[in-house]
Design a protein around this ligand. Sequence first.
Ligand code: HEM
Length: 409
Amino acid sequence: MEIDLADLGFWRRPLKERHEAFARLRDLDRPVFFEEKRVPLLRSGRGFYALVRHADVVEASRNAKVFSSEPGVTSPEPPGWVKHVFGESMVNMDDPRHARLRRIVSRAFSPKMLSNLQGDIDAACARIVDDVTASGPGDFVTQVAAKLPIHVICDMMGIPDDVRAKVHQHVDISTAYSGVRPSLAHTVRMAAQNTLALLALQRLVINMGRERSGAPGNDLVSALVTANVDGERLTDRELGSFFTLLLVAGNETARNTMAHGIKLLTDNPEQRRLLVDDFDAHIGGAIEEMVRYVSPIMQFRRTVTEDYDLRGLQLKAGDKVVLFYGSANRDETVFPDADRFDITRDTKPHVGFGGPGPHFCLGANLARQEIRAMFRELLTRLPEIRSVGEPELLVSNFDNSVRSQAFTF
Ligand code: HEM
């Protein structure tokens, strides 16, 4: 099998075949360069070096001065006009600009804020399981996994109930855009829809911010527009792009972990038994192992800022590297028997939430809290719950996204 990570056809192959391809790349002495084709309207470079070993992904994540997140971390990189329309997202910035924004918004993820959310998360999980009990078996993604993360983000931001359906709709359009695009016509259509959806989300939160700066409530939007961290506060555009980042970063990822998670627990009955027999002892390990095994975000890109020697590979300023988290998380030198789902393994060094460095996932603890609460509710109230058949996956080089997964209970 020929391997070309820059060819979208590669991402249409079954997951098992892709894992085998990455195992072969990890065995090579050096990271391999993949040439990229030019996609009209999108910024695309000459190509990238694929970092597929755990040690290489960690080295690049740690060394953010050399491995820059600017001008963008997605593949292909966002074209220049995106910044002008939407403002910049902190995931695509380097320190000190990144650190300033992260300092302001990280208040939303403090242990105190997260513990305040617990009651709401538990209540949402209980409602989801009430609905499942009433409606009966069907699709785990629409009935369970897709419901919780977006609800939690909307609650954090204080999004009124009557506009939540619109928010869902816009987020779904954006998610579909992250999939592989088969043709130029399709790319243009999806890009236009995505732009309109993101603009609508931005407008919504900017208007809320303006209203709440005069009459603040207990929500995150109020906190962000009234907060003053070292004399700094978010501008309208920064608030707007943070909201869309939260929706894009925090929604799909947690939902895909849960959707893959129910299948992993079904396919590995002995692991499930361990978890059910002592939920509190094992749920922490089970979540880390799900994130390692699934790697909901499969890759992010960096741009090299100065000549650098990476394991004998002479990188030049301007080169692109892509960090393949899913491959690093199956690196046998760090995770023995890496293709085995084992909730008791030491998964601490996994890079599912990003490598160690300034961009490590801001929402990791929130995601853990959501997944823990959802599986507690499901396994307690529906002890026979299980997936049926294979999932339908989104064809994407970025999100390891489950479109649907049949289930019963
Ligand atoms: C299982 C669930 C999740 C996974 C696997 C995940 C994965 C990641 C990864 C790999 C990054 C690193 C980006 C980089 O290195 O450039 C990241 C960053 C980020 N994540 Fe998550 N994420 C998850 C859940 C969430 C949630 C629930 C939220 C918020 C509601 C969130 C918000 C963010 C933000 C704001 C960043 C950017 C941090 C920065 O640039 O400083 N994530 N995430």
